[in-house]
Design a protein around this ligand. Structure first.
Ligand code: SF4
Ligand code: SF4
Length: 246
């Protein structure tokens, strides 16, 4: 059997999403045995230059090298997956986006004024630079989704991005809504697909998969206000994974 060629690339991120590969491999080792892994970010510094059937890109585009890399990968890959909320939304690296001046000041404080700032003022999602075929949201990604998407591709099926909010999954799981306990949870406006693990253990969803396609943010702001949240606190919570512009 000809194995599909799969390449993993990493840009600006904490790399936590790559650890989910270990969990996915534990759940279904048979799928990883069916892949010919040509590139793995942690093992080879530069792309092998081969053509890939599937390229998996983790991290936000935060500098010129990242932007070059995604353009090169797109030329070589038939199917590109943006892997994790850093790659799909800007994610945690995009926390710096609203405050370019502050970012520059912190940079100077940490590295001194003689080291040039090479990073872009904004951390950007991969789809702002190239066409992406599938966005796997989550901080980190969910290992079940990793297994589902790779399995679909191996079977020749086009994987479908979840387009419903986290609340749908709480309902399916029989989890008591945290609003009933007086908490503020971003489940109503967050893209599902994670299985709602946070509310299941009593922790409010903090929106790590970004906004669901039909999210009513104005209504969410009103609800947060009615729970006593201040405007700044509300906006910080709503834009934590998007830098406010994804
Ligand atoms: S999405 Fe979250 S866990 Fe994944 S690499 Fe980015 S910061 Fe780390
Ligand atoms: S419930 Fe919310 S915060 Fe938790 S994994 Fe899902 S999207 Fe992320």
């Amino acid at each position: 059997m000809v194995k599909p060629k799969v390449a993993f690339f990493g840009m600006t991120s904490c790399k936590g999403c790559y650890f989910q590969l270990l969990l996915a491999n534990e759940k279904l080792p048979a799928i990883f045995e069916r892949l010919d892994i040509t590139d793995f970010w942690m093992l080879n510094e530069k792309p092998s230059g081969e053509d890939y059937d599937i390229a998996i890109i983790d991290g936000a585009v935060s500098n010129h090298e990242n932007a070059e890399l995604v353009r090169e990968v797109r030329k070589k890959a038939r199917y590109v997956i943006a892997y994790g909320s850093c790659a799909c939304l800007g994610g945690i690296p995009a926390l710096r986006n609203p405050g370019e001046k502050q970012h520059n000041a912190y940079h100077k404080m940490v590295y001194g004024k003689d080291i040039a700032i090479k990073s872009y003022p904004h951390a950007e999602p991969v789809h702002k630079h190239i066409h992406v075929d599938y966005m796997m949201f989550g901080c980190p990604v969910n290992e079940n989704e990793v297994v589902r998407v790779i399995t679909d591709l191996l079977l020749g099926k086009v994987p479908k991005e979840p387009d419903y909010p986290v609340c749908v999954e709480c309902k399916k799981n029989g989890t008591t809504c945290l609003f009933k306990k007086g908490e503020v949870c971003l489940g109503p406006v967050t893209r599902g697909g994670c299985g709602a693990p946070c509310p299941a253990i009593g922790t409010p969803c903090d929106g790590c998969r970004g906004p669901s396609p039909d999210a009513n943010m104005d209504e969410m702001r009103e609800i947060m206000k009615s729970h006593g949240m201040k405007k700044r606190e509300t906006e910080l919570m709503l834009t934590k994974y998007t830098g406010g512009d994804s």
